[in-house]
Design a protein around this ligand. Structure first.
Ligand code: 5RP
Length: 236
């Protein structure tokens, strides 16, 4: 690794490339959202341009993913046009030892869960900073909510012991608005003991579209790391 390289960026690049290398010709590929997946999309595009990879189609999980796919020459399709998804590649904000995840740092978790859960194989790409013993001790859990239901959903979340806060925009006055036109409530839980139950309980609150707990969805977790100054990738 060069002495000037940003270690976090190098880990993301390495793991993005490792995931892109697993994509096979003639497949439908779910394209995740975030800075790590962006490298995977770039490397998939480069493999297509070099002729190493042929006839793949991407299903984007966000506006960001579709813009990147177009930039790197990956043809896109929709869930209406295909029978299924062969592989999805997506990042995560936290990963626990059971491969359960918190996602939604980029406010794309609703579409991400649809695509990632449909994939025959869902490959998670993270750097080692995302590994945790217990979900939700530091990262706030994102919940996408219909705008008219914001206040009752926040109250319901408080009765579950969570501390909700509306996600606000950066360089934009007012709240973050998702690609679907909804709001995101970030919830502090101080550690989540039963992610499977909480995922269902939150999605049962009227007005909640989807929350960022991905339980039992990930098949493979690839981890970018730097050991003794050398970047590498290991599989969980
Ligand atoms: C977007 C996500 C991202 O995959 C997650 O936030 C990780 O992003 P990054 O690779 O930039 O750390 O869930 O909704």
């Amino acid at each position: 690794m060069s002495s000037q390289a940003d270690p976090a960026k190098v880990m993301k690049q390495q793991v993005g490339k490792a995931a892109a290398d697993r994509v096979q010709s003639g497949t439908i590929v779910g394209l995740g959202t975030g800075s790590t997946t962006a490298f995977a999309i770039q490397f998939i595009g480069e493999r297509l341009q070099s002729g190493q990879l042929k006839e793949i189609k991407g299903i984007p999980t966000s506006f960001q993913a579709s813009v990147l796919a177009k930039q790197y020459g990956i043809p896109l399709t929709t869930l209406d046009e295909v029978d299924g998804i062969d592989v999805a590649i997506d990042g995560a904000d936290e990963v626990d030892p059971n491969k359960n995840l918190i996602k939604g740092g980029g406010a794309a978790h609703t579409r991400e869960k649809i695509v990632d859960a449909l994939a025959k194989q869902f490959i998670v790409v993270v750097d080692e900073s995302k590994l945790v013993d217990r979900l939700g001790e530091s990262f706030l859990l994102p919940v996408e909510v219909l705008p008219m239901a914001m206040t009752p959903v926040m109250r319901a979340i408080e009765t579950l012991g969570g501390k909700p806060e509306l996600r606000m925009g950066v360089k934009k006055a007012g709240p973050v608005v998702t690609d679907e036109g909804n709001l995101v409530i970030d919830v502090k839980f101080d550690g989540i003991d039963n992610p499977e139950e909480l995922e269902k309980t939150l999605n049962n609150i009227p007005g909640v579209l989807e929350n960022g707990l991905f339980v039992g969805v990930a098949d493979v977790v690839l981890i970018g790391e730097i050991k003794d100054g050398n970047p590498g990738v290991r599989e969980m």
